[in-house]
Design a protein around this ligand. Structure first.
Ligand code: KG4
Ligand code: ZN
Length: 341
């Protein structure tokens, strides 16, 4: 059989998603139900609310993905589910739906690591990727560098010891009164700001380290906003739009510089021909520009996930599952959600 159709399901955080992908790269459908509006008023993801919203959304989202793909359920060859890492109360909704479908349709179940799948978004449209690649996965929950030998063979080289980069964007946006989620709004506001206005710290964690730390940067922004007297009250209300834009741009420049330098360092260490980038922060325009310049200089191929596939989606789940399908790596109905990997 030539065509392998995989239904991917994703519910690890605050997006309920389903997609049908043929042979790992042909996107037949992709449905994402965002819960942004639910969590906005809390300034972050509330697990209990996320879980309930997944429960409401999971059936209509899967149904729409199957309908949009114009495929008969029985022509689906496997059900793929992101079962780790993430919020267990969220993951469990997708895992339960996937198991139910696998059981009732009598199709194989494939378990997927959500973070690894983010990388697949960068390579799924590519015919030939020169490997090994240095892979940066940068999202609201993760800031990881990998040595990627194949889509199924990722070796962790470094990660954040505290906040993820996306988390820093979200927290700084909240400090600046810019709303939630922080990444897209800081990206937009920073375009009007001066990235050299404030010299925020760039935590490099030692010369050869591939680990990250962003919590000091977040604190530096907080202190900066409290003014010189550091009395603890935020001065943000009194700042002009330009001042806010300058802080946003300066913060973003610090994150982008660290991410770019560490990615380049990882590529040097493993002698990578290619740099891969995925995850929500991969949508950041300054990061995309900076990595483009850095890879031009070093002569490496740069593959960044298309904007739409940077943030959480199920295309990346179904796409990575194709590689597991071909390798015969299946899960069984005892599969459980896991918070960490
Ligand atoms: O990959 P994702 O959807 O979820 C996780 O797996 O965490 O990433 C969401 C994160 C959020 O922290 C959001 O603020 C950030 O990605 N993000 C951005 C941009 N778009 C989304 N950060 C910086 N610039 C952006 N344009
Ligand atoms: Zn994600």
């Amino acid at each position: 059989k030539k065509q392998i159709n995989i239904l991917g399901i994703e519910s690890s955080c605050d997006e309920t998603a389903a997609a049908v992908v043929t042979n790992g790269s042909r996107i037949r459908s992709s449905v994402v139900a965002s819960q942004e509006d639910i969590h906005r008023e809390w300034g972050g993801v509330v697990p209990e609310l996320a879980s309930r919203a997944h429960l409401e959304n999971i059936y209509p989202v899967i149904k729409k993905a199957v309908d949009d793909a114009n495929i008969d359920l029985h022509d689906i060859d496997a059900i793929a589910i992101a079962n780790q890492p993430g919020l267990v109360v969220s993951l469990i909704i997708g895992v339960t739906a996937a198991k139910t479908l696998a059981l009732t349709l009598d199709k194989p179940l494939i378990s997927i690591n959500h973070v690894h799948a983010h990388l697949q978004a960068a390579i799924l449209a590519e015919e030939n990727v020169e490997l090994p690649a240095a892979a940066l996965i940068v999202s609201g929950g993760h800031t990881n560098l990998y040595d990627c030998e194949s889509p199924l063979d990722l070796r962790l080289l470094g990660s954040t010891i505290d906040d993820a980069a996306g988390e820093a964007f979200d927290k700084v946006a909240s400090i600046l009164g810019l709303g939630y989620p922080g990444g897209p709004v800081i990206d937009k506001v920073a375009k009007k700001g001066n990235p050299t206005a404030v010299r925020f710290p760039r935590s490099m964690m030692g010369k050869d380290s591939l680990d990250f730390s962003f919590s000091g940067l977040k604190t530096a922004v907080l202190y900066h906003c409290q003014g010189q007297d550091m009395k603890g009250t935020s001065q943000v209300d009194k700042m002009s739009e330009q001042e806010i834009a300058d802080i946003a741009a300066s913060f973003q420049a610090a994150v982008v510089e660290v991410l770019t330098r560490k990615t380049e360092l990882a590529a040097q260490q493993i002698k990578a021909r290619t740099v891969l980038v995925g995850g929500g922060v991969g949508a950041n325009s300054a990061l995309r520009e900076s990595l483009t310049r850095s890879c031009e200089k070093s002569g490496r191929n740069l593959l960044i996930a298309p904007m739409k596939l940077c943030t959480d989606n199920a295309v990346m789940i179904a796409s990575l599952a194709y590689h597991k399908y071909k390798a015969g790596l299946f899960a069984d109905l005892t599969l459980e959600p896991k918070a960490r990997t």
